[in-house]
Design a protein around this ligand. Sequence first.
Ligand code: HEC
Ligand code: HEC
Length: 419
Amino acid sequence: MKRVYSIVGGILLVVAVVVWWGATRSTSWSEAEISILRGLWIGNLPALPPDPSNLYADDLQAAEFGHKLFFDTRFSSDGAVSCATCHQPELMFTDGLPLAQGVGTTDRKSMTIIGTAYSPWQFWDGRKDSQWAQALAPLESAVEHGGTRTQYVHLIDEFYRDEYESLFGPLPDFSDPERFPASAGPVDDETARAAWNSMTQDDRDAVTQVYVNMGKAIAAYERLILPAPSRFDQYVEALLNDDKQAMQAALTDNEVAGLRLFIGRANCIQCHNGPLFTNNDFHNTGVPTAQGLVLDDGRASGVIKVLNDEFNCLSPWSDASENDCGELRFVTSEGEQLEGAFKPSTLRNVAETAPYMHAGQFTSLEEVLAHYNHPPVSPIGHTELEPLGLTQHEMEKIIAFLRALSGGVDAPAALLQAP
Ligand code: HEC
Ligand code: HEC
């Protein structure tokens, strides 16, 4: 009998030690680590930075108007494409495709718009420096909405006149088809371009002003689309409150182990840092060129485009003064590090936004981790990544952690569907 007791006692002791070890492993962090975790916590997300280039950025009436434009398929050459075609709220404002499909096929993967108002640069290559300037690009892209500026201002005139005028003042008279052709704009299509070039500068400016205001309204809408807290955030909050039980309820040991690797040996936070898990800078991580596409030099071309952009912060269409445009004026515009460099994606909700990378090169998070573990020779000839030497198990833990970053969207429910 005594022997049985001591065996049971021994087993209990082992169980207790294992439980204790598990508990400390998933709850104990050094001061330095706690400060890193606080930096990633959503509670640390600052107020939205102001956008001095857009006077309407924080105007709720403009956001309502932008919400309508975002979902309106009439603003396209075939009447079937809206922003929401590629930025679907139920897919975290992406589309599940490797290459986006509008009226044609693009050569990049759709990005989420959740929290992008925090980013000084838009697109994978940062070729736009504000959300309103960004919005004007897909509208005129031959493979996305495929329409033209004059087509759009005619639509505003027909369907949104009152709404437009109560925000932006009187809409010019666009009724003369000689002066304002049905389809004209500085686009690839030669007929529409020739029609645009035949217009007077004043008439072109009148059209562009309305076009710009559409972008500013859409941007006001996008500023309301923010990330919601995930289980990771519950974990950090519990940690900061020293509530071990809540910590264990928030993340499994496996996920915590993944988090340790993420901020530790795997060094993911070098680029995926801050509460949005992106430093909003540009990095060359040697992602292979997608099959069928030509070499993409990323930021190297993107920075030239933003400096020359018709709608950048320093342009006459921007509401900013020169002093507000520091990002653009002091941007790094040359250097080998820009070649093949792209913006690190936010990792919030990343489990819901496959496929991955700028041209959807990887179908799963497993493929993403395999890439980071053994970075290939970059198509551009160099890469910032070093091999990580992670085991299969460790990669799985990091993936488990990434899945705990899904928290969805923080925005009024009405804004997440067509009006
Ligand atoms: C045909 C699909 C498609 C349509 C339509 C479309 N987008 Fe996109 N969107 C994309 C793709 C692809 C990218 C990345 C393109 C690139 O980097 O070259 C992108 C990027 C963005 C970004 C940049 C996010 C970031 O983190 O930099 C924003 C914001 C955005 N789109 C908003 C919009 C808005 C607003 C509209 C409507 C006016 C719109 N998109 C229409 C496919 C689309
Ligand atoms: C040197 C900077 C850097 C480091 C370090 C880094 N990343 Fe990235 N990450 C990027 C960039 C840049 C992209 C976009 C690359 C592209 O599309 O070509 C990206 C994209 C991703 C994506 C795809 C997201 C999407 O929506 O397509 C995931 C997932 C990801 N990183 C996870 C990680 C993990 C996990 C680690 C650590 C093992 C890590 N990253 C380390 C810069 C980095």
